[in-house]
Design a protein around this ligand. Sequence first.
Ligand code: NAD
Ligand code: TYD
Length: 390
Amino acid sequence: MNNGNSNTANEDLVPGLANILVTGGAGFIGSNFIRYAFAKTDFKGTIVNYDKLTYAGNLLNLTDIEEKFGGKNYFFERGDILDYEKVKQVVTKFKINIIVHFAAESHVDRSIFGPKDFVETNINGTFNLIEVSRQLWTGRSDVRFHHISTDEVYGSLGDTGFFYETTSYDPRSPYSASKAASDHLVRAYYHTYGLPVTISNCSNNYGPCHFPEKLIPLVILNALEGKPLPVYGDGKNVRDWLYVEDHCEAIWMILNKGIAGETYNIGGECEKKNIEVVREICSVLERLCPAKDNPALRTLNAARSRMDQSGELQSYQDLITFVTDRPGHDRRYAINCDKIKNELGWTQRHDFENGLKDTIAWYLNNADWVKNVRSGEYAKWIEKNYIRRS
Ligand code: NAD
Ligand code: TYD
């Protein structure tokens, strides 16, 4: 590794021809990234998807990729990032020269119930990956470790202001604290060992294949089934929403043009209160699949009238239910992403209205995927998280 302290793009690194290890490639963003690389870029190299397949990992996210590229230039390896020997063996076997590290425990509410897995995967797992990279890549100038992080490491904003790459870290949940710790380790390996790393801190993503424990897919699927749409607290917490494909494009640009040692913020520049997001989902659903024609809501109304419950459910909005807040709930996130725009020429291509419409259409058209992810473990989580809030 000899480009640790360089401040120009590395000409020896050609992502379009590289052997890329994608950790967590069976998850939401990782699977979208793999599809993006094959479908929307000039990529001619090899991608190895290294994933433990936790509850959040789903190979159905990549059926089309497996069919088209499997065994040629796409390979799946089931493994834990905590397994040092296995990671090392895979990186060696496939002559990996870029690692794009998505694998993580990613849900804040789960981190409140059980922080241990977050410390293990997000901190120790990341440590393993950078250790393997350091061991195997010393002396090379054609390598890169890209670490995917979150805006949540910066903490919580008041009504004004933005997160910049230089904002001090102030994580408040076990999830964001574990991501912050991993960012520090990755950055330390750049300064100490010259490992050519880049880091991106991104705002809330939405889009196809999003696991329905997170706000947007949860609300879409609950509404379609006539279930309550749980809004934490007063519903006025603000998130900055980014369509997942725009995030994938930003990562691709960082691999191609990003400078080792640099951090890039990626945001949607699309701030919305949670209650606004939930209302927008309800109105798109009303257009695509009107509540009055939805058999689930008709059955619910019949049951309500049998039980003498007042008021017929006329629209999806009637399902909105305010529930007990998340402990330590960050009030507002807002990313300033001028750096990646000015230095790498990235910009968002999807606005929220169209992104949301496409996302909802995807869930309506992928009933088998929905059925599959909601079986088993998912039901247990929904009971655990929502029973105590009602
Ligand atoms: P996800 O939960 O959908 O997917 C995580 C994937 O990692 C799954 O496929 C899972 O099986 C795999 N995984 C988990 N533990 C593993 C382990 N020990 N070894 C190997 N694989 C393991 O997550 P996501 O939403 O796709 O997020 C991807 C990354 O992006 C994470 O690092 C997350 O912190 C970050 N991020 C996510 C968002 C968002 O809005 N979803 C925003 C900013 C940053
Ligand atoms: P989430 O999708 O879990 O992402 P994050 O916590 O990483 O931002 O939640 C987005 C916002 O929606 C967050 O402010 C919490 C809120 N929320 C609800 O109001 N109800 C829910 O059922 C969930 C899952 C989240």
